[in-house]
Design a protein around this ligand. Structure first.
Ligand code: ZN
Length: 190
């Protein structure tokens, strides 16, 4: 499937990122292109709720936070840090339901055709943002690969707040211990 990155919405999204972070980094430009590819593949609207899992905490998440209001705080953006330039995006679904999603990656076999991007990607040379970004725009969707993925929507679980037995501070209990994660880790280390 051939996908075009349309210039007008692309520039609009870049302006949103600039407003949000002050500067559109190469990683956030990549995030924008990934968003636009997913939008076409999954056919969602700009104001529609989407769920995003970024596989790196570097720059990429800012694009989604600025463009589509999927944020860490509202739970629609999560980081599964594998250190990869990859993202999985899916539409909203009912708890327990399986919905269609897509995983998109900056494909090293394809960036090879764009030496400046490739050097930046593998960090074999210091390439300034102002040199990489025009190349990313020139390459468009050609440097990405994607595959559809079934995503299971997590079931709603009731938030349980407990008082930690050690520090006496309340915390959202996600484990079976009676101590908060901080005290639990300290106990493990000590
Ligand atoms: Zn504690």
């Amino acid at each position: 499937m051939n996908i075009e990155i349309d210039t007008k919405p692309f520039l609009k999204y870049i302006r949103k990122i600039e407003k949000f972070t002050g500067f559109a980094s190469p990683g956030s430009v990549i995030g924008t292109q990934m968003y636009m590819i997913a939008k076409k593949l999954l056919n969602f609207k700009e104001d529609e709720d989407i769920y995003v899992t970024c596989e790196t905490s570097n720059c990429l998440p800012d694009a989604f936070q600025a463009i589509c209001k999927s944020t860490i705080g509202n739970g629609k953006l999560s980081i599964y840090d594998t250190g990869k330039m990859a993202v999985t995006i899916n539409k909203k679904g009912a708890p327990g339901e399986t919905v269609k999603g897509v995983r998109i990656i900056l494909d090293p076999n394809k960036t090879r055709d764009y030496p400046i991007i490739h050097k930046w990607y593998f960090n074999t040379e210091k390439v300034p943002a102002e040199k990489v970004i025009p190349e990313l725009i020139k390459a468009g969707a050609k440097i990405y690969s994607w595959e559809y993925k079934d995503v299971k929507v997590p079931k709603n679980t009731k938030k349980v707040v407990k008082i930690c037995k050690i520090c006496k501070e309340p915390y959202i209990a996600r484990n079976e211990y009676y101590v908060c994660p901080q005290c639990h880790n300290k106990k493990k280390e000590g």
